[in-house]
Design a protein around this ligand. Structure first.
Ligand code: NAD
Length: 495
């Protein structure tokens, strides 16, 4: 008996529809490897329609003249609907991505807080009156929306990554074309249904998906796109930058990481172990802020590593829908294959496999992978150098504070960093020297709409969340007004 497939349509100009050429892509439940849903695969023609709808909504119709306060109310309504439907959204995200149901439901509920935060900021985007150096002139600045925003998100944490883009973009008065990932896109189409219920004017938010080529390329390089907010991998980011050489769009990039967790010998051991476990095996390691390079001071190295292995052995892998499951499957088969190859290569390079390293034997279906711990002699090892985007922890030993900092900074990335120490002065010293956009001291993976989020180096640029995120979706407009009672002087008569 063939299984029933859920069919989604894209959302353009307030209307549901299929791709212009009828193309579709299917999406797989990673827990049982079954195709469960089908979505339209957008081509350039669909992208053009979505951008045209966003452009029209920007300049004509109710959104163009809506007060900032009214925009804020719409964002608040969106937040209300998301929290009301968090359970359903979480269910869909878990089926599509394999992430734990308790995490997807919880995260989706918290996503509303991002919309509330930006709703509150909508009518606080102020300009300035300038003390201009000319007589009889009144000069002021206003913050205008940039234009049509292309929001491109990956499959992981997509409700959250959408909120950090749409929240500030809409608060500032822009319109958006949201492109979901070709992997696990279904939650974004459920989100589109909520957008429709919230009552945004047609064209303000458009939701499509498709492959990077042609959909992502056509969208980020579109002549009428003025702002690209991208989250994804560094290789794709290079293509996005290349695409925007066509339209000069302002770009923000939230990319991958190889974040360090540095554990000093004065750390609280239990807290450090919990932080490392959360940073590596939370979301099965499929997190941009995974703290996957773990530096442990030599005096406590064996103790911490033993505790990590014991904890990893107890992690309950299984159906992401079960309440007591601690780690679900990875999202795609390609991820599993990539990680198996990387762990194998690292062992050849001299890393010692302490736990995991393979797919667990108890499942005959599903993209499951064991929590994996490697003890690494140096930073040239494959799993230390490159983002794994899976449950792979590389442990390394350091001698003293200076060496710990040097090793932590030995990466092209700079997204997050964890520091575990009971010494307050050391916590300040080390956090000042580590090059990363977010530093967590005696904690890990905490996020908030109030706290800026973003990286240094190859982890990208731009900050999502926090007040500055809204300003990042505006352009300053300067207005000069002559207050003189005399007409403007003849420009060819010099005084
Ligand atoms: P990806 O780069 O493969 O895809 C991201 C998005 O880019 C998808 O929607 C994809 O279709 C699109 N895309 C692909 N080619 C494109 C092109 N030529 N032009 C425009 N768009 C194109 O990333 P992924 O594998 O889905 O996600 C994992 C990556 O995302 C990891 O590197 C992870 O660290 C990163 N990430 C970063 C953050 C952050 O906030 N820093 C958060 C989550 C994930």
């Amino acid at each position: 008996m063939s299984k029933k497939i859920t069919r989604y349509q894209h959302y353009i100009d307030g209307q549901w529809g299929d791709a212009a050429d009828g193309a579709t892509l299917t999406t797989i439940n990673p827990a049982n490897e079954e195709v469960w849903a089908e979505v339209p695969a957008a081509s350039e023609a669909d992208v053009n329609r979505a951008v045209a709808a966003a452009k029209t909504a920007l300049h004509e119709g109710p959104w163009a003249t809506m007060t900032a306060t009214a925009r804020g109310k719409l964002l608040r309504r969106l937040g209300d609907l998301i929290i009301e439907q968090a359970h359903h959204l979480g269910d869909i995200e878990t089926i599509d991505s394999g992430k734990l149901l308790k995490e997807t439901r919880g995260q989706t509920g918290y996503v509303s807080d991002y919309y509330y935060y930006f709703a509150g900021l909508a009518d606080k985007i102020e300009g300035a009156t300038l003390p201009i150096d000319k007589p009889d002139m009144h000069v002021f600045t206003a913050r205008a929306p940039i234009g049509v925003v292309a929001a491109v998100v990956p499959w992981n944490a997509q409700m959250f990554l959408t909120a950090t883009k749409l929240g500030p973009a809409l608060a500032a008065g822009n319109t958006v074309v949201l492109k979901a990932s070709e992997d696990a896109p279904a939650p974004m189409f459920e989100f589109a249904k909520i957008v429709d219920q919230a009552g945004f004017p047609p064209g303000v938010i458009n939701v499509i998906t498709g492959y990077g080529e042609p959909c992502g390329r056509a969208l980020t390089g579109h002549q009428d796109v003025a702002r690209v907010a991208f989250t994804g991998g560094p290789e794709t980011a290079s293509k996005v930058i290349h695409n925007t050489s066509n339209n000069y769009a302002v770009v923000s990039l939230e990319l991958g990481g190889k974040s360090p967790i540095v554990v000093f010998d004065d750390a609280d051991i239990e807290g450090a172990v919990n932080g490392i476990i959360a940073g590596n095996f939370g979301a099965a390691g499929q997190s941009c802020v995974a703290g996957s390079r773990v530096f442990i001071q030599h005096g406590i190295y064996d103790r911490i590593v033993d505790a990590l292995v014991r904890r990893a052995q107890r992690i309950r892998i299984g159906d992401p829908r079960q309440e007591d499951t601690e780690m679900g499957p990875l999202a795609t088969k390609a991820q599993v294959d990539r990680i198996i190859a990387a762990v194998g290569k690292s062992q050849i390079q001299g890393a010692e496999l302490l736990h995991g390293g393979k797919q667990p034997e108890q499942f005959d279906k599903g993209y499951y992978f064991e929590p994996t711990i490697l003890s690494c002699p140096n930073q040239d090892i494959e799993t230390v150098r490159n983002e794994m985007f899976g449950p792979v922890l590389s442990a390394l030993k350091f001698r003293d504070e200076d060496q710990g900092i040097t090793m932590a900074n030995n990466t092209r990335f700079g997204l997050g960093a964890g520091i575990f120490t009971e010494n307050l002065a050391r916590a300040h010293r080390v956090s000042a020297k580590i090059r990363a956009g977010i530093i967590w001291i005696n904690t890990y993976r905490a996020v908030s709409p109030i706290a800026p989020f973003g990286g240094f180096g190859h982890s990208g640029f731009g900050r999502e969340a926090g007040i500055e995120a809204v300003l990042d979706y505006t352009r300053t407009k300067t207005v000069w007004i002559s207050t003189s009672s005399a007409p403007m002087a003849n420009p060819f008569v010099m005084r």
